[in-house]
Design a protein around this ligand. Structure first.
Ligand SMILES: Cc1cc2nc3c(=O)[nH]c(=O)nc-3n(C[C@H](O)[C@H](O)[C@H](O)COP(=O)(O)OP(=O)(O)OC[C@H]3O[C@@H](n4cnc5c(N)ncnc54)[C@H](O)[C@@H]3O)c2cc1C
Length: 446
């Protein structure tokens, strides 16, 4: 199979690098590619929704897995789906939501493939209750770089199963997966919105109410200071019962951002105005919302990442252990406010203490996600944030990372050697690597 030359980036639009892209459209072609003598490194890619450099390979190979998009089997009595790894949440929801099934764990966009969801072991608004994506993964087939097809589950090749969940594509190519879905009675949600005046009140609210809701997430005004630091709006939801006349998803015309916005379009003033307006217009109350509005609000604007302009942006997502309380989150928000680094979107949620692989991100505690424009000095600022996160016993999510140093990564992910042992066994020639894995020292520099 011959590659095409393409310039690729993650969702943060930085860095944009030349890659040799292979696009197998069926499993047999993927196997043939792996047995072919490709002289450069390879990494799998789904829909490119990881923010940094996890699915890029500067002057080396990227295997676009979105052509592996077949549904293989569905057992309606148990909600068990087997599908190829390039099937997206959007495909899955289109086909199965009308039949009363929804993913058990979903990230905040449906433009993510099953392969990408496994490789990042994605989490959703229900992590405090249900854990990450691994909770619904029964098994998957993994094509290793030596051409072996491994069946992986909790009972078979368990170490490979866990290393692949969160392993950022470095153990092999996920070919197909069997996952369990959630039965839902309608495509609607009952959403309870609560406006909260600061971070203390936010934590208090989480502690008192999160166990009553399957889904819970807070939007935070990252520019509020002093007594209002950490103020925001908590959105907690449950799948709704059917209601006469309102049981199909409303048709929405999606919009698109056709080009990169100029740098001046987004500045501290526009971000402050947006945050203030959001807080002012979201009072406490209850509403019925369709599933797309609740889970995927950003998906209605295609290419929204272009509003950050050609320089791109970063999404920074740390998690802090429960014993740290709100100290780590507070320290990061204070740093953002002091540095006048604006964020349109800051999201806070509680995570539960569920099983994870050696490179698993979640820990029981609090996770914060903020979007930051790539303004001058951003790299040094991110290093300062990394230092704060380490001081508070936390770690940064690899699906969002694009800047961490190898040393910081090793400290944040103490099970790295366990991961490497599995990787080296499956990939003795070191075929699989990405720009991220080389930066983080998981794989060798070319
Ligand atoms: C708007 C938005 C909201 C998001 N919200 C959340 C959220 O709430 N929670 C969360 O956890 N994440 C979230 N994310 C991140 C996203 O869910 C993950 O980055 C996910 O991995 C992206 O999947 P993808 O198919 O686009 O994979 P890519 O970004 O293309 O690749 C991501 C990783 O998966 C690997 N990979 C992809 N396909 C395969 C395969 N077939 N075999 C082996 N490895 C593979 C790649 O090598 C790479 O390491 C969000 C992203 C966006 C843009």
């Amino acid at each position: 199979m011959r590659p095409t030359r393409q310039t690729l980036s993650g969702w943060g639009n930085h860095p944009r690098v030349p890659c040799a892209v292979y696009a197998p459209d069926r499993a047999a072609r993927l196997s043939a590619l792996v047995s072919q003598d490709v002289e450069h490194a390879l990494i799998a890619r789904g829909l490119g929704r990881s923010y940094g450099d996890a699915a890029t390979n500067h002057d080396a190979g990227v295997v676009d897995c979105t052509g592996l998009d077949r549904f293989i089997a569905f057992d309606e009595s148990t909600g068990t789906l087997t599908a190829e790894a390039g099937v997206s949440y959007a495909d899955l929801i289109d086909v199965l939501l009308p039949r009363g099934w929804f993913p058990l764990v979903t990230p905040g966009t449906k433009f993510v493939t099953l392969g990408g969801a496994i490789a990042a072991d994605v989490h959703g608004k229900n992590h405090h209750r249900d854990g990450s994506f691994n909770a619904c993964v029964e098994s998957f087939t993994l094509l290793t770089p030596t051409g072996e097809l491994l069946d992986c589950s909790r009972g078979s090749n368990a170490d490979v199963f866990w290393a692949t969940l969160g392993g950022m594509g470095l153990t092999g190519f996920i070919q197909a997966a069997t996952i369990k879905l959630r039965r839902v009675k309608s495509p609607y949600m009952n959403v309870t919105t609560t406006r909260v005046k600061n971070l203390d009140a936010m934590l208090d609210h989480f502690t008192k109410t999160d166990h009553d809701f399957t889904y819970s997430v807070a939007w935070i005004d990252c520019l509020a200071k002093g007594a209002a630091l950490g103020r925001g709006v908590v959105l907690q939801g449950e799948h709704a019962e059917p209601e006469s006349g309102r049981n199909t998803l409303p048709r929405k015309r999606s919009k698109t951002v056709p080009f990169d916005f100029p740098g001046f379009a987004l500045n501290p003033l526009s971000v402050r105005a947006f945050n203030g307006l959001y807080y002012a217009t979201h009072g406490s109350g209850a509403a019925r919302e369709d599933i797309n509005t609740y889970f995927y609000p950003l998906d209605t604007v295609h290419h929204w990442n272009r509003i950050y302009g050609r320089r791109g942006f970063v999404q920074y997502q740390p998690v802090f252990p429960q014993c740290d309380g709100d100290q780590g989150v507070r320290a990061v928000i204070e740093k953002l406010v002091d540095a006048k680094r604006s964020s349109f979107l800051a999201v806070l949620k509680q995570m539960g203490g569920h099983e994870a692989g050696p490179l698993g991100f979640p820990m029981k505690g609090l996770t914060l996600a903020v979007d930051l424009p790539r303004a001058p000095g951003i790299e040094a600022f991110l290093s300062e944030l990394d230092r704060l996160v380490l001081e508070h016993g936390g770690r940064v999510y690899l699906a969002k990372d694009g800047s961490m140093s190898a040393d910081t990564f090793r400290q944040m992910y103490p099970r790295l050697d366990e991961f490497k042992a599995v990787k080296e066994r499956l990939d003795p020639q070191g075929v699989l690597s990405s720009d991220q894995s080389r930066r983080l020292g998981i794989t060798e520099q070319a």
